[in-house]
Design a protein around this ligand. Structure first.
Ligand code: EPZ
Length: 421
């Protein structure tokens, strides 16, 4: 199992390129199942999750060809010859549930394994199922699988999400494009990845209005065509790497960064005393040595502060001047990075969904354990500014969501290396 060694090495300077969004790509790829025509994605990120989704789509009979060192994914689902998404693939990546809506809409039946929970929470998929039932799907849960059918095809309907769900909105949005009649999704997720999916589906011929707002209206069509679509910039990778100069000091330009994708996060960074500047090529983050100030953070659905940046923000606040309170309102168990940061000398008190961080002058390097994707990178960020060496174990989590993280950080002066174990 690989580990990453990080040694505090002073301010960072230079440029970091930001890749296409993992969480956009993981819903854009299943969209190929909606059409017999080819769908090509450009600006795709090179990540293990993308390879897992490729494996899943190929197991259903889709052709997926990775080109240009993985940045282009040429897909075609002309012949779907298997309608069962097996547990051994789905358990590796929960986003596999996103093949359910498209397969049901195009083929009228699908059998998809329930994904099960993960480290950050139980993560049920009940809202995915309820939304598809509102479109006329008949679902039966048996032996850990969802057996879905839509006799005579899906029909347009109205569904109001009781809580905002990114994945359930994506599943319902994709299914509704081929449902007969009009679908209205209320209290829909507004994340940029949903907007990107809607843009891609529209390129394929779907009739969609309202993406990015809480109400999305879809007029079903008989069939969708092909398209070529660029994957939107990864706002979570962007926010993650913006924190590197914020934590270490220095001046780093994030190439491809767009402030509109991370507005709530930028406001918090600026409140903490970090300078952010928009340039033609992206965003510059500059912290000129003055200590960051403590700020309070509450995670919310977009456009609020993203839960996927909570762990990384905590790494910054560990050495802030003052006490910060982080409230995690999306997932029930997303503070597992806290005990690891405490091993590095942080002062953090976790009570349920709240973590109170008392800023200390400096963290000290230590061997730490990555528990989930975003926690892993939060430990690397903490190690960048800690005294001495930090060894982050179990970095397979990291490779799911960040391409070549050590190269990108080394490129701006970080002392970091991967040890293959
Ligand atoms: C997506 O997960 C992202 N994953 C997550 O990123 C992200 O943290 C999350 O959205 C929130 O922004 C992908 O896009 C692949 P949800 P998703 O449905 O769709 C509950 C990362 O690090 N819920 O918006 O699974 C759920 O338990 C990952 O890249 C139900 O109760 O998230 C959670 O508490 C981690 N029933 C809340 O809703 C359901 O049917 C929000 O979940 C679905 C969700």
């Amino acid at each position: 199992m690989d580990s990453i060694l990080v040694t505090g090495n002073g301010p960072l300077n230079g440029q970091i390129p930001i890749a296409g969004a993992k969480n956009a790509c993981l819903t854009l790829m299943p969209a190929t199942l909606l059409s017999e025509e080819p769908l090509t994605l450009t600006n795709a990120p090179r990540l293990s999750d993308i390879r897992t989704m490729t494996e899943l789509l190929q197991s259903l009979g889709a052709e997926v060809t990775s080109m240009q060192d993985g940045k282009v994914l040429a897909m075609s689902s002309h012949d779907i010859n298997n309608h069962r998404a097996d547990y051994d693939i789905v358990r590796k990546m929960r986003a596999s549930i996103l093949v359910l809506g498209p397969m049901l809409a195009r083929e009228g039946h699908a059998v998809v394994s329930l994904p099960g929970g993960c480290a950050i929470g139980a993560r049920p998929v009940d809202l995915h199922l309820k939304a598809l039932e509102a479109l006329g799907a008949e679902l039966e849960l048996k032996d850990g699988y969802v057996h879905a059918k839509a006799v005579g095809g899906l029909k347009g309907g109205t569904f109001e999400f009781p809580i905002v769900s990114v994945g359930a909105t994506e599943n319902a949005l994709m299914a509704a494009t081929l449902a007969k009649g009009t679908t209205v999704l209320k209290n829909a997720a507004r994340e940029p990845e949903i907007v990107d999916l809607a843009h891609c589906l529209r390129r394929m011929g779907a009739q969609i209005d309202g993406e990015g707002t809480s109400t999305i209206t879809i007029q079903g069509v008989d069939r969708l065509g092909g398209a070529t679509h660029p994957v939107v910039t990864d706002r979570i990778e962007l926010g993650t790497f913006m924190l590197a100069p914020a934590i270490c000091g220095g001046r780093v330009e994030l190439l491809g960064g767009r402030r509109d994708l991370v507005e709530a996060f930028c406001l918090k960074l600026e409140q903490a005393g970090v300078h952010i500047e928009e340039t033609e090529k992206g965003l510059i983050v500059d912290r000129n040595g003055s200590r960051v100030k403590a700020v309070d953070v509450t995670t919310e659905p977009f456009p609020g502060f993203p839960t996927d940046l909570q762990a990384q923000m905590m790494a910054l606040l560990c050495t802030a001047d003052g006490t910060s309170v982080l409230e995690e309102k999306i997932f029930e168990n997303r503070f597992m990075h806290a005990p690891e940061l405490i091993r590095m000398g942080a002062s953090i008190d976790v009570q349920g969904g709240h973590a109170t961080v008392h800023g200390v002058e400096k963290l000290k390097g230590a061997p730490v354990m990555a528990t989930d994707l975003r926690a892993s990178v939060s430990l690397i960020l903490a190690g960048l500014a800690a005294e001495g060496e930090t060894v982050v174990n179990r970095v397979y989590h990291l490779d799911r969501g960040y391409e070549r993280v050590e190269e990108k950080l080394e490129g701006v002066g970080a002392k970091i290396e991967r040890v293959t174990g």
